[in-house]
Design a protein around this ligand. Structure first.
Ligand SMILES: C[S@@+](CC[C@H](N)C(=O)[O-])C[C@H]1O[C@@H](n2cnc3c(N)ncnc32)[C@H](O)[C@@H]1O
Length: 201
């Protein structure tokens, strides 16, 4: 466990504070499409789990899940949904923690990262996957057009092929980059999506 940075925590807590379980997002199409390939037992980690849309679906598949996020408010929503679904307590552990301190609770069979990037965490993710473990990663890719309004986001957006290169020592089962539509008329964007396995030896 670590002490989250108050600035980042407040920002995300404010975003989640007004929400209820009724207006939470569905799992991403990518995660849903990968789900049948994942194991049905073992330990999974949902990195920057937010309100838990992927935590729940991993637990419903049979995995024990650690959900880590800096936002207590986000995890409150996740826990509420998990309790309603009969998955908490039991299948899920929630951790309020600052991932910029590169802290991951234990070793995992599955790690999911969805719309979160902190580059120094990438080698830690590699290290925390068990041999043969599965990584599902989807996050935004920097737009091709270079404009000033996007410059503050550079730290949070991948460069083209960056995710693929970062896990080139893994067995890459799926990788693509493309424009995604979002439901309810929300602005879409380009994401990179990776499904990969850590080599056994
Ligand atoms: C765009 S949301 C994605 C949430 C979730 N993965 C999903 O796809 O629905 C980014 C998440 O990262 C979390 N976050 C941001 N900075 C963080 C940090 N330093 N440590 C842990 N979580 C952080 C936020 O609280 C937020 O829940």
């Amino acid at each position: 466990m670590n002490t989250p940075s108050p600035l980042a925590r407040n920002k995300w807590d404010r975003r989640y504070a007004g929400r209820t379980v009724e207006d939470l997002m569905e799992p991403t199409p990518f995660l849903l499409s990968c789900l049948p390939e994942l194991p049905t037992t073992g330990l999974a980690l949902d990195i920057a789990a937010g309100a838990g849309r992927h935590t729940l679906i991993l637990a419903q598949r049979g995995l024990q899940v650690d959900a880590v996020d800096i936002s207590w408010q986000g995890l409150r929503l996740a826990r509420q949904q998990a309790a309603q679904a009969g998955l908490w307590p039991g299948s899920i552990q929630f951790f309020v923690a600052d991932l910029e301190l590169a802290w991951l609770p234990r070793m995992y069979d599955v790690i999911v990262v969805s719309f979160f990037l902190f580059r120094p965490l990438l080698p830690v993710i590699k290290d925390r996957l068990r041999p043969g473990g599965w990584l599902l990663y989807e996050t935004r890719v920097e737009p091709m057009a270079d404009n000033a309004s996007a410059s503050h986001r550079r730290d949070f957006w991948l460069k083209p092929r960056e995710l693929l290169d970062a896990f080139s020592d893994f067995e890459v089962l799926r990788y693509d980059e493309g424009h995604r539509r979002r439901p309810e008329g929300r602005a879409g964007g380009v994401t990179a999506r990776l499904l990969a396995r850590k080599p056994v030896s």
